[in-house]
Design a protein around this ligand. Structure first.
Ligand code: 6OG
Length: 162
């Protein structure tokens, strides 16, 4: 059934346009979450901090270079019949350089923050996105069935700091 170890530390970063009206998502072309829109991110490497990992993955997947990032949330995902807990650290950035480009992993596209393609995203996203766009910080835990679609239990709370 559900277990809590081992642990996989991941990042997820959302570039916002300066007035925070639009967000750059990527259509994932391969791997976990293929054919879904998501922020950019991946595994944190042993020698780097979590925010350094977020900045590195953003550049690898979209070619944007973030000059600063903001911590926005921590999400824990548990999948039925899978012992791995995913711990995903969510960031935004409004200070980035370069032009976005399609990469081997992601096809980027801008969306209005109130016009998200939730039917093509992970199911948890529509739960915490309202907190994200209101500028709140959050911690969430989501328990998925093996189908990777059905959420059978969730805990989600705004927090003052992370
Ligand atoms: P790679 O395997 O490509 O990193 N991720 C999730 N993002 C959302 N919004 N919901 C989920 O619900 C997710 N599970 C994983 C974290 C995987 C990328 O996908 C994110 C990473 O950015 C289950 O290295």
């Amino acid at each position: 059934e559900y277990q809590s170890k081992p642990h996989r530390l991941l990042t997820l970063i959302f570039p916002l346009n300066p007035p925070r009206a639009q967000v750059l998502l990527g259509l994932k072309k391969r791997g976990f979450g293929q054919n879904k829109y998501n922020g950019f991110g991946g595994k944190v490497e042993p020698q780097e901090s979590i925010s350094q990992g977020a900045i590195r993955e953003l550049t690898e997947e979209s070619c944007l270079r973030a000059r600063s990032v903001n911590k926005r949330g921590v999400l824990f995902f548990y999948f039925e019949n899978d012992p791995v807990t995913m711990e995903v650290h969510v960031f935004d950035t409004v200070e980035y350089e370069g032009e976005w480009e399609e990469t081997e992993e992601m096809a980027p596209k801008w969306f209005g923050v109130g016009d998200m393609p939730f039917d093509r995203m992970w199911k948890d996203d529509e739960r915490w996105w309202p907190m994200f766009i209101r500028g709140k910080k959050f911690i969430g835990r989501f328990w998925f069935l093996e189908d990777q679609v059905t959420i059978v239990r969730e805990e989600l709370a705004e927090v003052d700091s992370l």
